[in-house]
Design a binder for this molecule. Structure first.
Ligand SMILES: *Cc1c(COP(=O)(O)O)cnc(C)c1O
Length: 241
C-alpha cells in the first residue's frame, strides 16, 4: 500500500518562524542584532529597499547638487527602484571579470562631484572590496553606502559610511520582511533617524504585513507548504503548464 505524504520541502529561508516568536517579551530586535554582530546602533525599516531609500533621502537633503548614484551593473533590481524613487540618477559601473564587484578602473572614470553615493554590494556570499572604493571616492567627498542586504552576520560595514541590511525571505537571516541600517558617525545616524521619523505611518501596510507574517508562520513548513503550494503545483505539472 502506498502511504500518502503530506510534505513539501521549503526552500531555505533562515530559521523557521514559530508562533511563540510572536510573543517574545522584553527583547529589542535592533539591540539584539547590534550585540550579536557588534554593529553600531541600528534603525529598523520595513524592508532593505526602504533602508536604502532612507539612506539616499538623508544624503540628498544635505547635498542637493549631487544627483547621481553609482551601483554595480549586476545587482538586485530593487536597488535601482529605490534610487529612481528618490528622483536620483542611476549610473551603472561594470563589474570585474569573474566577480560581482566593481571594475575599479571603470569606477574611477565615473567619479565626479555630481555623485552622491557609490553602493558597493556584498552579493551571493562574496564580500565587496569597500576599502578600494573608499580610496577612489575620498577626494570627491562621495558617501559610500554598503549594500549588505545579503550579508547580515558577515564581516562587513567597517569601511562604508552607511550600511543597509535586509531581513527578507531568501536572505541569510530572515524574519519574512524587514530592513536595518546604520552609519559610522552619530551625526549621520541622527539624520537617518530624523528621515525615518518623517515617513508617515500607514496602518494599511501594518495590517497587511501582520497578516502576511501570520500566513508565513502558519504555512512556511513542510506540512503547510504541501497545501499552500504543492497541490496547485502538482496539478499544474500534470496539465504540463
Ligand atoms: C534583497 C536585496 C535588496 C532589497 O532588500 P528587500 O528587503 O528585499 O527590500 C537590496 N539589495 C540587495 C543586494 C538585495 O539582495
Amino acid at each position: 500500500m502506498k502511504i500518502k505524504h503530506y510534505h513539501e520541502n521549503p526552500p531555505t529561508a533562515g530559521l523557521p518562524i514559530r508562533w511563540h516568536d510572536w510573543f517574545a517579551r522584553n527583547k529589542d530586535l535592533s539591540k539584539c542584532i547590534e550585540a550579536l554582530f557588534n554593529l553600531p546602533p541600528l534603525s529598523i525599516t520595513c524592508s532593505g529597499t526602504i533602508a536604502l531609500v532612507v539612506a539616499l533621502k538623508t544624503l540628498a537633503k544635505d547635498n542637493p547638487n549631487r544627483k547621481c548614484v553609482i551601483i554595480p551593473a549586476y545587482t538586485c533590481p530593487l536597488v535601482a527602484l529605490a534610487i529612481n524613487h528618490c528622483g536620483l540618477k542611476i549610473i551603472l559601473c561594470d563589474v570585474a571579470k569573474n566577480s560581482f564587484d566593481f571594475d575599479f578602473e571603470k569606477l574611477a572614470l565615473l567619479l565626479n562631484d555630481q555623485v552622491l553615493a557609490v553602493i558597493p554590494t556584498h552579493l551571493g556570499g562574496r564580500i565587496a572590496n569597500v576599502a578600494a572604493v573608499k580610496k577612489l571616492t575620498i577626494s570627491y567627498n562621495i558617501t559610500i553606502i554598503e549594500d549588505a542586504a545579503q550579508a547580515l552576520g558577515a564581516e562587513v560595514g567597517k569601511e562604508g559610511d552607511i550600511i543597509i541590511f535586509s531581513l527578507a525571505t531568501g536572505k541569510g537571516l530572515t524574519m519574512y520582511e524587514g530592513g536595518l541600517l546604520t552609519a559610522n558617525t552619530p551625526e549621520l545616524r541622527q539624520k537617518i533617524a530624523e528621515t525615518i521619523r518623517q515617513i508617515p505611518r500607514n496602518i494599511y501596510w501594518e495590517i497587511k504585513r501582520t497578516i502576511e507574517l501570520a500566513g508565513y508562520t502558519a504555512l512556511y513548513n513542510p506540512l503547510g507548504l504541501y497545501f499552500a503550494y504543492g497541490i496547485a503545483r502538482r496539478k499544474a505539472l500534470k496539465k504540463k503548464i
